[in-house]
Structures are given as structure tokens and as C-alpha cells.
Ligand binder design. Structure first.
Ligand SMILES: *Cc1c(COP(=O)(O)O)cnc(C)c1O
Length: 363
């Protein structure tokens, strides 16, 4: 078997040992004579996997007991709508810090539900999303229902390293592309959400961590399926959960825990980011990395070669050398290497060697 080195932005690679464990027990889940995908979500076998995964997630995230974990469906995109449906009542407004494609989509979607306001927009300042807002760029409406941010901008390759000052308002963060990549101060957030397919598991699962007392303020006049409180009351078994996704999420969380938890991931991810940005900074005669240094993402590294045709050739040759998923997002172009948890430092060294060789041959 030849496994590719997977630099996809999402769905992303998972550790081989996690896939092997799932394979080994796929047809007979822990002696039950059935696959986990065939078990009832109301049965003991699935419920144990479900509860274990949700509680391990809270543990690894450092979530205080004031917060609850929910396992939902619909991706981060459904959260763009569900958040304002629950927490943006008529007559109020919500603040959005717009730092990239997904942050803007979250803003636009919420604007269909209620009144929204941009607390910052880094593309307005610089025309491109190449840096995060400086404190002076952010103006918070003191009456806002909440402040929404995107902790890592997957397409443009920027990542927050410290939280913006939300002036004491509920802070909500879309962490789809950097959740559990390093420790965070979970208690500073009223809500965190993430589609699982980038750093946590397979697609189809979305995880939410939300402050329970904030939920008391959420709207009750919306369909139950869209209410966080209903999902919490039912322990995320309000309806059939994405059971295979939750199970695989649980296996992956055990792998994260065995590798040092969020702290261990931080060391691993810093090593990888240093390797790749180090190469980009050495090879500036050939590669250009547009993101301001202080805003660089450890998760999604964007760069380009001198010509779009060479970007295409770079990706094609990398593919032949066993590295996949390097093409930049269709809206941004260039090259993007996504270095989620499952990517190893060795994998990044392979990419760097390839980059050095490519620059020498084509430069
Ligand atoms: C991928 C991504 C999304 C969209 O996620 P879906 O699960 O496909 O809806 C939203 N936000 C961020 C930051 C992302 O990286």
C-alpha cells in the first residue's frame, strides 16, 4: 500500500493508526457482531462511544464545566445560520470580524436572519485578506448580541494568535480549521464551533461547545432541530447522530491525547510551520508568501511561484512525487499546503525538499 502525503484543506488526512483501528473493528465492533455503523444510536455500544468522544473533546479543549459539547450535522455552514437563529433576536445586532472567505460567509448568512455589523474587515483595509486586524482596526458595538470571529482563515492562510478584545460581549469563534491544533483559552468563548473534517475526523459531523447559561437566552420560537438547547437536553441524540463520524472523531481524539493533547499538537504544528515558512523565507527569489509574518497560519500555508503556469506544474509534479492536495483554493489561486494535525514533520520535510529542487530547476 502506498499512502499519499495529504495536504488537502478538507476533508483532510487522518492518522494511519486511526484508520487502521477503524478498519480492524469495522465489521465486528468490539465483539458485538455488528459494525458500529449498524448499531442503534439508542444502544449501549454506540452510546458509550458517543459519550466518550464528547467528553474527551471537552477535556482536550480544556472546556470548563460552564460549557457543554454538542455533536451536530450540517457542517460549519449550518452554524453560520444556526448561531444567529438562536442568538440574534429582532431589535438587536451582531458584530462580525471579517478576515476571509468563511468569515464573510458567516456575516452574509447571519445578515439574512437579522441585523449584522462588521466590527472589522481586513479586505477593506488592504484589498486582500493578507493579515489579521490590528486592535485599532476593530470597533465593537457595545450593544452587540455577540462578536463572531474565525480563528483560522483556511483559504487565505491567516490565524489569530491572541483573541480580539470583545469588550465583555459573548465571543463566538469558527475554529473549523485549527481546532485542537494548539491550546486555547476555551473559557473566553461563549461558543466555539467546527466542522470535523479538517482537524477532528470525517465530514458529516460538526462540534459545538457552548456556554450553558448563554443558552438560556436563546430563542425558543424556531424549529427544534435548530435549537442548541434541544440538542443539549437530548445529549446530542435529539435525532439520529452522524454515528460513524462521532465514532471516528473519538478514535482521532484518542490519538491526539496519546500524542500530548493540544500541547503536543502545538509542538508538532509549530515544528511543521517553522520548516515550511523557513523554506519560504529562504527561497524568496522564487516563492512568494503573501501573508504578513505576524498573521501566518500554522494550518494553511499559502504561497506562489513566479507564474500561475508554474503553480500548476508545481502541483502536478508534487502529485507525481506522492504529495496531494496542494492546489490553492479556486478563489485564491497559487499553492496551499494544509498542515493539519495528521500531517507529520517528516511529510513537511519531504515537501520542503521538493520545493528546493523545484526552485532550483525552474528558477
Ligand atoms: C471549511 C470551513 C468552513 C465550511 O465548513 P463546512 O463544514 O463545509 O460547512 C467554515 N469555516 C471555516 C473556517 C472552514 O475552514
Amino acid at each position: 500500500m502506498t499512502r499519499k502525503i495529504n495536504f488537502n484543506a478538507g476533508p483532510a488526512g487522518l492518522p494511519l493508526s486511526v484508520l487502521e483501528e477503524a478498519r480492524d473493528e469495522f465489521t465486528d465492533y468490539r465483539g458485538t457482531g455488528m459494525s458500529i455503523v449498524e448499531h442503534s444510536h439508542r444502544g449501549k455500544a454506540y452510546e458509550a462511544a458517543h459519550n466518550e468522544a464528547l467528553s474527551l473533546f471537552g477535556e482536550l479543549l480544556g472546556l470548563p464545566s460552564t460549557h457543554a459539547v454538542l455533536a451536530l450535522q450540517g457542517g460549519a455552514s449550518l452554524q453560520f445560520a444556526m448561531l444567529p437563529l438562536n442568538f440574534l433576536p429582532a431589535g438587536r445586532s451582531a458584530d462580525y470580524i471579517v478576515t476571509g472567505h468563511w468569515a464573510k460567509t458567516a456575516f452574509n448568512e447571519a445578515g439574512k436572519v437579522g441585523t449584522v455589523r462588521k466590527a472589522a474587515d481586513t479586505a477593506e483595509a488592504d484589498k486582500r485578506y493578507v493579515r489579521l486586524p490590528r486592535p485599532d482596526d476593530i470597533s465593537i458595538d457595545p450593544k452587540a448580541a455577540y462578536v463572531h470571529m474565525t480563528s483560522n482563515n483556511t483559504i487565505f492562510g491567516t490565524q489569530w494568535t491572541s483573541l480580539p478584545d470583545a469588550k465583555g460581549l459573548p465571543l463566538v469563534s469558527d475554529m473549523s480549521s485549527d481546532i485542537l491544533s494548539r491550546p486555547i483559552d476555551a473559557a473566553q468563548h461563549s461558543m466555539i464551533y467546527a466542522g470535523a473534517q479538517k482537524n477532528l475526523g470525517p465530514s458529516g459531523l460538526t462540534v459545538v461547545a457552548v456556554r450553558k447559561d448563554w443558552l438560556k437566552e436563546s430563542r425558543t420560537d424556531i424549529p427544534d432541530i435548530l435549537r442548541y438547547q434541544k440538542h443539549l437536553d437530548a445529549n446530542s441524540l435529539y435525532h439520529t447522530p452522524p454515528s460513524f463520524g462521532v465514532y471516528l472523531f473519538g478514535l482521532n481524539l484518542k490519538w491526539i491525547k496519546a500524542n500530548g493533547g493540544a500541547k503536543g499538537m502545538e509542538t508538532r504544528n509549530k515544528t511543521k510551520a517553522d520548516l515550511l515558512y523557513g523554506a519560504l523565507d529562504r527561497l524568496t527569489g522564487f516563492y512568494a508568501a503573501p501573508v504578513e509574518k505576524a498573521s501566518r497560519s500554522w494550518m494553511n500555508v499559502v504561497f506562489r511561484t513566479p507564474k500561475p503556469e508554474l503553480d500548476d506544474l508545481f502541483c502536478a509534479e508534487a502529485e507525481k512525487a506522492g504529495m496531494t492536495g496542494l492546489k490553492g483554493h479556486r478563489s485564491a489561486g497559487g499553492v496551499r499546503a494544509s498542515l493539519y494535525n495528521a500531517v507529520s514533520p517528516e511529510n513537511v520535510k519531504t515537501l520542503v525538499s521538493f520545493m528546493e529542487d523545484f526552485a532550483q530547476r525552474k528558477g
